[in-house]
Structures are given as structure tokens and as C-alpha cells.
Design a protein around this ligand. Structure first.
Ligand SMILES: [Zn+2]
Length: 472
């Protein structure tokens, strides 16, 4: 690909080299960048890094080649050789703490028979780039790469370092090769004031972007088991301590238990802003959530019609697995149920467990927390930080009239680990129609990204990064 000519890289004042200013950093001819952006995005998709097994090091090798050809040194950190993480850094003058641009290199696996094209072919057809990882997460990876390359080529003077992190094992990481390893063993390499990564996204309606979602917090996955024990025996002899009966009663109680509704700064701002742009009936419901006692009928409406919105109102407790029984004429000695909890970031989990124990009120049924691979909890990222303001400014510049919505994910991301270390982290993403998000989104049978959305994401990332990092 043709190199971009450096913009006004030098001029001498009192023996100092002056670099491209923030204003110059904002004058990129984006049309000219499109072939290179597309080439990187496609090349990254064409490296099959589906996990398991991942093989993310192959992606890092590609990135390493690109970075080193442009004079940007890289470091690789690997707990397992095939699942490395890659870090590159553009140095700033140190006035401010770094900005971290993070994206994961692994993708989820594919069922090839569901794809109309080769899932790792990065086919460009009908205005879309088709392929596993097209929007989860090789679009962010390509965008972050381009921001680094452009900033380096243009010689943008920086008030803070920009750190690029390509992390492995986001989709599946039982061994802790990705973010857990980087935060646990090499945190000094990625320590930053702000981070940008996946987790947000913009909505296209009638051909224009109307909403820009910025993820500022997320629910915390927690799990537990209910285990009922009793005396095993012949099915012909009923027993009062039958574990199936006791477990079933407990599952029915816990599975229909409703935790108290509680909004936080993010979900409050989200509901208010959503109300402001919604048709009257919807708006009234979103606004009612902000009042002191939201009517149960409104909460029920969300439970039925907008389950995602219902989920952000409270900690959810959902039964997901039942295990019991060995034969139709055998009373088993044990029966167990697994629950998936998605907790509000500040939920008091021990108190919740003791409340549930009181609710179950059965000495035969024990609640056992599952503590493996717990993601840490942390306060939400702030809505008044320079980074959040930069994202709002970027949105206003690129998508005039669009509403910026801070969001709380019901699922988990690797920002949990960053936030727990005090990094103000924000999830962004490409613009998409609702239909594309539903039918061709992350983890869908078929994944694709509209070409203009890829270019828009790169520009969005660039503008936001330059706003907080370019020297003022
Ligand atoms: Zn992802």
C-alpha cells in the first residue's frame, strides 16, 4: 500500500523540532486511507484465529511486520507461545498518562455450512466485508493499527503515550493467556489513564447514524450451584428427603426471585437520553424508570418486550443447568442446579447469597458459589472525563444530531480487568443497522461489516484518540 506522505513534519524553532499539530492531525483525507484500511482488515480476518485453539500469535506476527516496517518497535508477551499478546507504544512528552488502544486477536469458531462465503476469505461483496471477526474484533484491531501508523507517519506530537495492545484469549481463556496475564504480569506495559476497546456501537436508521453507544460499565458474571442431598433408594418407596423435590422447590423460589431495581449513573443517563429521542409511549416508560417508584407494570413491559432493558435494571439470577437422576426407578442421593448471575457492578454478593439462603429455607439444599475465573468488579468509567467528552465531541463532528448514550453491557468484556486497575475504559464500535446487528453481528452464524462502517470506525477512533492524546 502507498505510504501516506508525512504532513509538515518539521520546522525549526529555537533548535526544537515541531511536529504536526492537533489541527493538522484532523485534516486527514480519509478517502485516501480506505484501500490501506481495507487491506489490513481483510488480512487480519484471513488469519484464522478462532479459539480454541486461538493461534493468536499468527495475528501478532502480521502486526509486528507492519509496525516494524514503519519503525514502531513491538514487544510480545506470551504465557503460551501460540497465544501471545503484542504491545506497541508511541511516545508522548509525558505531560499526561497514556491512552491504551486495545483489541482482541481471537475470534469465535464457525460452522462453515452456515456461511455463503469462506468465513476466513474476507470476501468483499455487496458493500460488506464478510468474515469471522469482521466486527468482533478485527475491525477495532485494524482501526487501532491505523491510528498508530497515521500518528507515526504524520509525526503527531503527543501529550501522552499511545499504547497499542493486541490481546489474545478474549473469547475463551481458561488458562488466562490474555488480559489476565497482561494485567497480572505485565501491567506496567499497558498502564494508562484511558482505554478504548470493543463494547459500544452506533445505530444507523434510514441511512444515518442516530445513536452512538459508549460502554462505560458492565454487569459482573457470577455463578452458583444449588445442591440438594438425600437418601438414595428404590423409586417404589417414597422418601421425604428426595433431593429432586427439595431442589425443584428451591429452583422455583430462586428462579422467580426478583432483586431490587437500581439504576446507576450510566443507566440513569441512558434512560433519560433514550426517553428524549423516543416516540411518546416509549419515552414515558423510559422516563418512569427515573422516578422514585417505577410501576411494576412498566418493569413487566420491559421483561416481556425489551429483555435487554429489563436486565440492566437489576442483578439477574437465571437457572441454566439441572442435573439429577440415574434411572426412572432410582431415587438419587444428589441433585444440583446451576445459576448464572449477572450482577450490577456494585452488588453485595455475599449479602445476596445469604438472602437467597433465607429464601430457600431448606437445610437439605446448599448454595455453593462458583469462584473459578471471576472477573473483578469496578466502578463505572466516568461520564465527565476528557476521554468521554472526546467521544461526545467526535460523535458530534462525525454524526451531527446523533445522541450519545452511555451503556452498561449485560455481558462481560476485558474492560472489567482494566477498570479494576483504575483505567477509565470506554467501549466503542462501528455503526450498523439494527438488522445487520441482529443477523450478522458478533458471534452470529454469519458475520459481516459494511465497508463505510469500517472506515467510519477508523476515523472515529482516530479523532477521539487525537483529541485526548495530541499535544495541545
Ligand atoms: Zn469481541
Amino acid at each position: 500500500m502507498p505510504r501516506v506522505p508525512p504532513l509538515a513534519v518539521s520546522c525549526v524553532a529555537a533548535g526544537t523540532l515541531l511536529f504536526a499539530s492537533l489541527a493538522q492531525a484532523q485534516t486527514i483525507d480519509w478517502k485516501k486511507q480506505q484501500p490501506e484500511i481495507l487491506q489490513h482488515h481483510r488480512a487480519l480476518i484471513q488469519i484464522d484465529s478462532s479459539s480454541p485453539p486461538g493461534n493468536e500469535t499468527k495475528v501478532d506476527d502480521y502486526l509486528k511486520r507492519i509496525f516494524e516496517a514503519e519503525g514502531i518497535p513491538v514487544k510480545m508477551f506470551a504465557l503460551q507461545p501460540a497465544r501471545a499478546n503484542l504491545v506497541a507504544r508511541l511516545k508522548g512528552n509525558g505531560k499526561k498518562r497514556p491512552l491504551l488502544l486495545m483489541a482482541h486477536t481471537d475470534v469465535v469458531s464457525v460452522q462453515r455450512e452456515k456461511w455463503p462465503v469462506d468465513p476466513f476469505g474476507a470476501v468483499v461483496r455487496d458493500g460488506y466485508i464478510w468474515g469471522r471477526g469482521a466486527r468482533d474484533d478485527k475491525d477495532k484491531l485494524a482501526a487501532n493499527l491505523m491510528v498508530m501508523l497515521l500518528a507515526k507517519r504524520m509525526g503527531v506530537a503527543l501529550d501522552r503515550d499511545i499504547i497499542f495492545l493486541a490481546e489474545s484469549g478474549e473469547e475463551a481463556d481458561p488458562a488466562g493467556v490474555g488480559i489476565a496475564y497482561m494485567v497480572g504480569q505485565h501491567f506496567d506495559e499497558i498502564d494508562a489513564e484511558f482505554a478504548l476497546t470493543e463494547g459500544g456501537g452506533a445505530l444507523i436508521e434510514n441511512g444515518r447514524v442516530t445513536r452512538v453507544g459508549i460502554q462505560t460499565t458492565e454487569k459482573a458474571p457470577r455463578r452458583f450451584r444449588l445442591v440438594a442431598t438425600g437418601t438414595s433408594g428404590h423409586g417404589s418407596v417414597p422418601r421425604l428427603d428426595n433431593p429432586l423435590t427439595h431442589l425443584s422447590a428451591a429452583v422455583a423460589k430462586v428462579g422467580t426471585y426478583i432483586m431490587p431495581m437500581r439504576l446507576n449513573e450510566t443507566t440513569r443517563a441512558y434512560s433519560g437520553k433514550l426517553a428524549a429521542i423516543s416516540p411518546p409511549e416509549d419515552a414515558a416508560r423510559y422516563r418512569a424508570l427515573l422516578g422514585p417508584n417505577p410501576p411494576q407494570s412498566i418493569q413487566n413491559y420491559f421483561a416481556q418486550k425489551e429483555p435487554e432493558h429489563y436486565s440492566v435494571l437489576r442483578t439477574s439470577i437465571v437457572p441454566t443447568i439441572l442435573k439429577a437422576g440415574v434411572g426412572p426407578n432410582v431415587i438419587p442421593s444428589v441433585a444440583e442446579a446451576t445459576f448464572d448471575v449477572r450482577a450490577l457492578p456494585d452488588e453485595d454478593i455475599p449479602k445476596m447469597f445469604s438472602d437467597l439462603n433465607r429464601l430457600i429455607d431448606d437445610p437439605e439444599v446448599k448454595l455453593e458459589p462458583i469462584t473459578a475465573n471471576l472477573r473483578p468488579v469496578a466502578p463505572a468509567s466516568r461520564l465527565d472525563s476528557d476521554m468521554y467528552r472526546a467521544l461526545e465531541k467526535t460523535s458530534a463532528a462525525m454524526y451531527p444530531g446523533a445522541t450519545v448514550l452511555p451503556t452498561m453491557s449485560t455481558g462481560a468484556t476485558d474492560m472489567a480487568q482494566l477498570r479494576a486497575k483504575g483505567i477509565q475504559s470506554y467501549g466503542i464500535g462501528p455503526a450498523s443497522t439494527e438488522a445487520d446487528t441482529i443477523n450478522y453481528g458478533a458471534h452470529s452464524d454469519v458475520e459481516r461489516l459494511a465497508e463505510p462502517s469500517l472506515y467510519g470506525l477508523v476515523e472515529f477512533t482516530w479523532r477521539a484518540a487525537m483529541d485526548v492524546a495530541a499535544a495541545k
